[in-house]
Design a protein around this ligand. Structure first.
Ligand code: HSE
Length: 398
């Protein structure tokens, strides 16, 4: 019998407890032993709850109990999630988490501590919700040269953008729905301002290239400024607007990371990723393009990814755990300037005049503004060509 502790009895923690009960037989078959939740740690009051006997308020109860070998950190936020996780690893307990904030902010330290204590620190649910993306990058693709990762990594914003297009909902209506469905962060500005996406792409970038960059160094733009006109123009140009995270190695060996709304043309596999779904397009030198797709948020789908990590640990309990990846923390000196990326741009300007030198294909005139798509160019050239125009919107194509 393996005993685990769930720290945080909120949306995902509650989902994990529910799923472990629901899949008890499958888990026992897969692990070759029974797996029991010994403690649920939460500072809130759960008097009268059917699991009341398991619920404790003090994390030290878990830390001091040698019977608990796996800790599922489901608190969210940096503290005390980091403090509890590192204490558990130092106490020789395996830790799993869905907490992208703590992995993005402290991943290299937690992975090093896990290695020093011969335990695992797994975080499949931290990126892409239910999508298995961490394990493929760590294992299947570890000996390929990753050229780029492009992804829709936030379920809430994708849900909002899809609702604006297909249900004609307002931004606020769609956000309220995403919150009610349990997709959004406690503070949903982390979703809509791109912060959550940024943490996730920093984690994927670290898995691909070994260096974890602080989110603050990554140019990040959310979806607050997306208007119905942007969305309808995107359709007019055969594209859809998506919040896209990107990381890639540049020719001079630097890493470029960015988060911004982009126009995704219909031929790109990310074009049709809708609602709460996430899509992650990994380009490897040997394997070519791989597309990962699935539910990016939600109580049970995310809990499913956490459970997969728990089972993975238990299956290797008697042998060796997979060694944790080694990450170093990067600084701005090895980070490429995302503005230097060449791409096509969607632009909208006041009036009917358009910059003929960079325009490609048709333009759309409506309500006093003209929108068009440019040829591939860089930001400096674009700005030169748009001098003298009143620009009301500008987004890159993927
Ligand atoms: N708020 C996050 C999202 C939850 O919407 O994607 C999953 O990480």
């Amino acid at each position: 019998m393996i005993k685990i502790a769930v720290i945080g009895f909120g949306n995902i923690g509650g989902g994990l407890v529910e799923l472990m009960e629901r899949n008890k037989t499958l888990i026992a078959r897969d692990c070759g032993c029974e797996v029991d939740i010994k403690y649920i740690v939460d500072i809130r009051d759960f008097t009268g709850h059917p699991l009341e006997k398991k619920i404790v308020k003090d994390f030290n109860t878990v830390l001091g109990d040698p019977e608990v070998s796996v800790v599922a950190e489901m608190i969210g936020g940096s503290h005390p999630a980091f403090d509890f996780s590192i204490a558990a690893l130092r106490a020789g307990k395996h830790v799993v988490t869905s907490n992208k904030e703590v992995v993005a902010n402290f991943g290299e330290v937690l992975l090093k501590t896990a290695a020093e204590n011969n335990v695992a620190y797994l975080f499949e649910a931290a990126v892409g919700g239910a999508i298995p993306i961490i394990r493929p990058l760590r294992e299947s693709l570890s000996s390929d040269n990753i050229l780029a990762v492009n992804g829709i990594l936030n379920g809430t914003t994708n849900y909002i953008l899809t609702s604006m297009v297909f249900s004609g909902k307002s931004f606020d209506e769609a956000l309220s729905e995403a919150r009610a469905l349990g997709y959004a962060e406690a503070d949903p500005s982390a979703d809509v301002d791109g912060i959550d996406t940024c943490r996730k792409i920093c984690i994927l970038s670290a898995l691909a290239y070994g260096t974890i960059y602080p989110s603050e160094l990554v140019p990040t733009e959310g979806i607050r400024n997306i208007t119905p006109r942007d969305v309808s123009d995107a359709a007019g140009f055969g594209a859809s607007v998506k919040l896209i995270a990107n990381t890639r190695k540049t020719s001079d060996g630097k890493i470029m990371i960015s988060v911004a709304p982009r126009f995704v043309p219909a031929e790109n596999p990310l074009y049709n990723v809708r609602d709460v779904f996430n899509g992650i397009l990994v380009s490897g030198e040997a394997v070519g393009d791989l597309m990962f797709y699935g539910r990016g948020a939600g109580r049970i789908p995310t809990a499913g990814a956490v459970l997969a990590d728990i089972v993975e640990i238990i299956k290797h309990m008697d042998s060796k755990q997979l060694p944790p990846p080694v990450w170093v923390r990067g600084g701005s000196e090895t980070l490429a300037d995302a503005a230097s990326e060449k791409s096509r741009f969607y632009c909208r300007v006041k009036g009917r005049r358009v910059p003929d030198n960079i325009i490609s294909g048709k333009h759309i005139y409506s309500d006093g503004e003209t929108s068009f798509v440019t040829v591939e160019t860089d930001l400096a050239e674009l700005e030169k060509q748009l001098a003298g125009y009143e620009v009301t919107a500008r987004y890159r194509f993927i």
